[in-house]
Design a protein around this ligand. Structure first.
Ligand code: GLN
Length: 485
């Protein structure tokens, strides 16, 4: 195989082929990624911090492990990590001022799995503060640009993860998805983003936003690469009781064998309505037509409680966030501010008032409100009931179809600064990703052409039942092939 001069353009699978063939060392590959970061990060703002020295050390170790006969699909592969996943010795700020200077004292379980495989965590990528947002503009540190259209947002909250992969500053990255934060930025930037089923991947060592919704997943250039990463990070974890002890199949094999023949695809009518950009709809319909030509059966379906999903999510997620973020009190970690008349109360008040950004404070206030006595039943309890209805919609749909096809986002990437001061508008753009989190099912966004007028990436979202990642990856890989040909 002849290697490209810019090694950051490689897929994980191709880079591994070159490593296995001895055409490339992990140190060379990692240096190639560091060079790409140096050349492009000032313009794109994907990485917050890069640990060049540490990455080259792990890479050298991976080269030694290979010489000693070890082999793994991720051995020696550099991977960018969203800045809320703990990696020993590296900063973990969650893109928040309140965690400025915080250095992780331990590895998240997903990182422990990557290390065991020999992957190289190469840097921390930007995000919305505490993963709250859909544009990465809520980072306390910097703006991240969309590599496909630099005056536009990369999506969020895993915007740095998507930018790094699509902008070729990383081979692959890890992100998290609570209401769409992997799939939406993947669709905006034009890469693959996979949200595993709730309980598939450990959340230990991943800063919690909304614990009943959060999942870690990969952002990659291809479906096969997503399968490789998922296989490595998935599986039971004694440190996370929500992470189920189910076998981890060979997802890569499933992706490789991908086929659409006889697959029953449901197309929910609630996702093709006014409010969805017609050019996005046209691309997604084209993707569906290609799947049909490749042997899939298309069925119109209904997910009747879709319209409640956003309200339910912004009650449940903020309620959980208000509890999870109580630990950032100015005492245990990070930013601390003491007023002129020091007291414990002023320490809490000032540290939190100046440590958190406006979006995070909005969520904490909302969450505290919906949990407060007198409103608990009216909001939180009702939201839980409505969440069950959303979940049942999917259970019912999956009795008739194998997978659901729809847009990942109602719009393509929007211009920078267009939603930061309009939270409601920002919340509405999560309409198509949130339902999968509420239901705990798995979903993926794959690139599906570009909009006709502005040439912006469009993501086709594919949803499958909980723990049906093998099926999801098989269908997604087959679609990817059809869309490429
Ligand atoms: N955009 C959604 C929000 O702002 C989803 C975020 C996420 O998945 N972390 O909450």
């Amino acid at each position: 195989m002849s290697l490209p001069s810019d090694l950051a353009t490689l897929t994980v699978a191709a880079a591994q082929d070159a490593l296995r063939a001895g055409e490339l060392s992990s140190v060379e590959l990692t240096q190639g990624i560091l060079d790409a970061i140096r050349a492009k990060n000032d313009a794109l703002g994907a990485y917050l911090t890069v640990d060049a020295e540490g990455a080259l050390r792990v890479a050298a170790d991976a080269d030694r492990r290979r010489k000693n006969g070890e082999d793994h699909d991720l051995l020696g592969i550099p991977i960018a990590i969203k800045d809320l996943i703990n990696v020993t010795g590296q900063p973990c700020t969650c893109a928040s001022k309140i965690l400025q200077g915080y250095v992780a004292p331990y590895d998240a379980t997903v990182i422990a799995h990557l290390r065991e495989a020999g992957a190289v965590p190469c840097g921390r990528v930007n995000m919305d503060e505490f993963a709250m947002g859909a544009s990465t503009e809520h980072s306390a540190y910097q703006i991240t640009r969309n590599p496909a259209a630099p005056d536009r947002v990369p999506g969020g909250s895993s915007g740095g993860s998507a930018c790094a992969v699509a902008g070729e500053l990383a081979l692959a990255s890890l992100g998290t998805d609570t209401g769409g934060s992997i799939r939406q930025p993947a669709s905006f930037c034009g890469c693959v983003g996979l949200k595993p089923s709730y309980g598939r991947v450990s959340r230990y060592g991943v800063t919690a936003f909304a614990s009943s919704l959060d999942q870690v997943g990969p952002l990659t250039k291809t479906v096969e690469d997503a399968a490789i990463l998922l296989r490595t990070i998935a599986g039971a974890d004694p440190h996370d009781q929500t992470c189920l002890d189910r076998p981890v199949p060979d997802y890569r094999a499933a992706a490789r064998a991908g086929s659409l023949r006889g697959v029953k695809i449901g197309v929910p009518r609630e996702y093709f309505v006014e409010g969805t950009d017609p050019e996005v709809m046209a691309q997604v319909r084209h993707g569906i037509a290609l799947a049909e030509k490749a042997g899939a059966e298309i069925h119109e379906i209904s997910l009747p409680h879709t319209e409640y999903a956003i309200a339910v999510y912004y009650i449940c997620a903020t309620a959980e966030a208000s509890a999870n973020l109580a630990r950032f009190d100015g005492i245990r970690y990070g930013y601390r501010e003491v007023g002129p008349e020091p007291s414990i109360q002023s320490l809490y008040d000032l540290s939190r008032t100046h440590g958190f950004g406006p979006e995070v404070k909005r969520r904490i206030l909302l969450g505290t409100y919906v949990l407060s006595s007198g409103y608990y039943d009216a909001y939180y309890n009702r939201a839980l009931k409505a969440r069950t209805l959303v979940r049942r919609d999917f259970l019912e749909a999956f009795r008739h179809v194998d997978a659901i096809f729809c847009p990942a986002s109602p719009t393509p990437a929007f211009p920078l600064n267009s939603t930061v001061n309009n939270p409601l508008q920002a919340y509405l753009c999560d309409a198509f990703t949130i339902p999968a989190n509420l239901a705990g099912i798995c979903g993926i966004s794959i690139p599906c052409g570009r909009t006709a007028t502005l040439n912006l990436p469009v993501g086709l979202q594919i949803l499958a039942p909980a723990f049906a990642e093998e099926r999801l990856l098989s269908i997604a890989a087959a679609c990817e092939r059809e869309l490429a040909s």
